[in-house]
Design a protein. Structure first.
Length: 158
């Protein structure tokens, strides 16, 4: 569940364009033709007790459903996940101040404005960032300071 905010997403990784960021276990598994999941809970890379509990409960439920654990599945029926086949990685051309116009969980369409990169004082818009395809925002880079070719957000696409 890459969104981490209770929004169930499943990303099926495959070798080729639109795969996970290099150096992750999901990208290594995809390159080897092995199924893998990316599970996250919380936001901004912070370890918070409520999200750790959500993460553990979700993992226990997955293991129980697969018959790999004696743990019981959650009493509540979880929402049906949305399946994605690839990642889309919007990036900026040059360093600047990232101002997103979307948040995790938002559905976007190709060409939709998803943010801008500008000067520190906001006086100059260096680049308007648009969605490279239809998808759902699974994360947004939380630091407003971005480098040349900086990763701005991740979209899950069909």
């Amino acid at each position: 569940m890459p969104s981490g905010y209770g929004l169930p997403y499943v990303i099926r990784q495959a070798a080729g364009p639109g795969r996970a960021v290099n150096g992750t276990s999901s990208s290594a598994a995809a390159a080897a033709g092995i199924p893998a999941i990316t599970a996250e809970a919380g936001g901004c890379g912070l370890v918070e007790e409520q999200f750790v509990a959500m993460h553990v409960a979700g993992l226990d439920g997955v293991l129980a459903r697969l018959g790999m654990s004696a743990a019981r599945e959650p009493a509540a029926t979880p929402a049906e996940p949305t399946y994605f086949g690839q990642f889309l990685w919007p990036r900026c051309r040059q360093a600047g101040w990232w101002a997103p116009a979307v948040k995790a969980g938002d559905a976007v369409t190709e060409g939709q404005v998803i943010g801008m990169v500008g000067s520190l004082d906001g006086a100059v818009v260096q680049e308007t960032i648009t969605a490279p395809g239809d998808g759902v925002v699974i994360f947004v880079t939380s630091s407003p300071a971005v480098a040349d070719d900086g990763l701005l957000l991740g979209l899950g696409a069909a």
